[in-house]
Design a protein around this ligand. Sequence first.
Ligand SMILES: Cc1cc2nc3c(=O)[nH]c(=O)nc-3n(C[C@H](O)[C@H](O)[C@H](O)COP(=O)(O)OP(=O)(O)OC[C@H]3O[C@@H](n4cnc5c(N)ncnc54)[C@H](O)[C@@H]3O)c2cc1C
Length: 354
Amino acid sequence: MNTKTVDYLIVGQGLAGSCLAVQLLERKKKIAVIDRPIEHAASRVAAGLFNPITGKTFSLTWLADKLFSYLHLFYQHTEQVTRQHFFYPMPVYRPFASAGEQNDWIGKSADNQYAPYLEKLSASPIFELQVNNPYGGLLLKQCGYLDTVKFLNAVRMLISKKGILIEELFNEDELGLHSGGVSYRHLKAERVIFCQGIAVNQSRFFSWLPIQPLKGEVLQLETDVQVPRIYNRGVYVVPGVWKAGATYNRFDTSPGVTPVARKELTTSLDLLVRFPYQVSNQLWGLRPTVPDRRPILGSHPEFNKLVLFNGLGTKGVSLAPYFSHHLAEWLENGLDLNNAVAVQRYKSLYWKSA
Ligand SMILES: Cc1cc2nc3c(=O)[nH]c(=O)nc-3n(C[C@H](O)[C@H](O)[C@H](O)COP(=O)(O)OP(=O)(O)OC[C@H]3O[C@@H](n4cnc5c(N)ncnc54)[C@H](O)[C@@H]3O)c2cc1C
């Protein structure tokens, strides 16, 4: 077989690999993407929610000002490039849990840092036919969801049509490292970029990194009700893809769905929503999380032809666009990597393990 030369070989086509592939194609780079899809890959299971104010304490996401404006541009542009629709901006409504929380937010809503994301604070119940909210709640903007399955399929079709998709398992034992680049079977590349999600823990090059599985389960719902916004309190309900989730389980990372998770999700759902629904399916996946909750990108401490893009944790939809851009600028234009996300912050772990 003839040798084919590319600039970058990408391993994995989840959110990380897909966003990076789009970034590098935009820069007219020659790439090849190797991916063997699995049904429970985190990116395919994800509800696709993006929301700048998250968690039990309604905290503003790290780098929200950069991530959220960029992700809108990125996904809309990728819709144009692929001629597919998968990006759905839509408000999120978060009911207050108590009068105390309502009171806190009446104070906090005057804070300028929240202004870009607050559509409205309601101190009394709204949307009552659909949601329980005795203390009112926050209507948030710059939120919505990505239909991740449609997005991944659209990028897959794009790269498949270009003849640069290799649908198989990448075998590290066949990777050759040379001073000028890497080789893999009939391919030669300047660099290989590992975007494997939690499978990175089986990599002999990167398994020393503290990327830990966080199991999540979501329910697939069916309902006849028209819901024009995402509801989120204890559980989120994303219309369109009709996913409700998610659980967070660090202790049980065994494969498969569980009755415990189903019970947890339906209990929270019944507290939140008032419309009838049926559970039609239950899905599970493993999120690639990092103790400091930041993505991990950049080159291997010893072999600079090996590059990583991982650690998207619970927020792949909002992190992948901005950080794939950051990584592409580092690869192509010599931009310095932000220390908070660079592989190098963990290099002492590598030298200890070597
Ligand atoms: C239940 C659940 C709900 C979630 N909901 C949300 C949400 O609402 N919003 C949000 O922002 N995030 C959400 N997430 C998190 C999000 O899914 C992750 O942050 C993101 O998908 C990680 O993407 P990734 O590309 O790094 O990994 P993955 O999605 O795991 O993709 C890795 C890809 O690499 C392939 N691969 C790996 N090794 C090889 C190999 N050797 N050869 C070939 N192919 C290989 C895999 O098959 C896969 O296709 C959720 C996650 C879960 C589990």
